[in-house]
Design a protein. Structure first.
Length: 181
């Protein structure tokens, strides 16, 4: 069974009143964003941190509304990218704008009909990306880099997109850290 066959499971730990570690949350991630223009796209929101309040962190884990993390914070998610063939030729200005607006980050889109990929984006974040399953191409302004399971990317606020040119979905774990503050 692969990750694609089941929802992402999240275990959140905490120390109890005596300082002993214990699980606080165990279960599937319920906050999953989709993109109607890309059938098969799924972004499972694992965690977002930006405050010292544990209660607020637990709530934010389910409700963080944007691609970028909170100010001076971080966000972790697991994203499944469907093959580009699923939406090739069907995505334009309106679909990309709707995706970034729904994702809470309309300003992150660098869409242009002349861009190398419709979902080009740029955020003021430091991103750690680990390809868990499948193959994908990191699209940059001047070059493309083919990646496969086990490869990592340290994305330092560069304009980019993820292009899945294979026939199978690709799963990537992301941790984004706010670099604006």
């Amino acid at each position: 069974m692969t990750m694609l066959d089941k929802p992402v499971r999240r275990i959140v730990t905490i120390d109890d009143a005596e300082g002993r570690s214990k699980p606080l949350l165990i279960g599937p991630v319920l906050d999953v964003s989709r993109d109607p223009a890309r059938p098969g796209y799924a972004s499972s929101h694992i965690w977002a941190a930006g405050t010292n309040s544990r209660a607020a962190d637990v709530q934010r884990a389910r409700t963080h509304p944007a691609i970028e993390p909170p100010s001076k914070g971080s966000v972790c998610r697991v994203i499944t990218f469907p093959p580009d063939a699923v939406y090739a030729g069907k995505v334009g200005t309106a679909e990309v704008a709707a995706f970034f607006a729904t994702a809470g980050s309309p300003h992150a889109s660098t869409y242009s009909p002349k861009a190398p990929h419709p979902y080009m984006q740029k955020t003021r974040t430091l991103d750690f990306c680990l390809i868990l399953e499948g193959r994908i191409t990191l699209v940059l302004d001047t070059q493309e880099v083919d990646l496969e399971a086990g490869d990592t990317v340290v994305q330092r606020g560069a304009n980019h997109a993820w292009s899945n040119r294979s026939s199978e979905p690709c799963v990537i774990a992301f941790t984004l850290i706010d670099a604006a503050g």
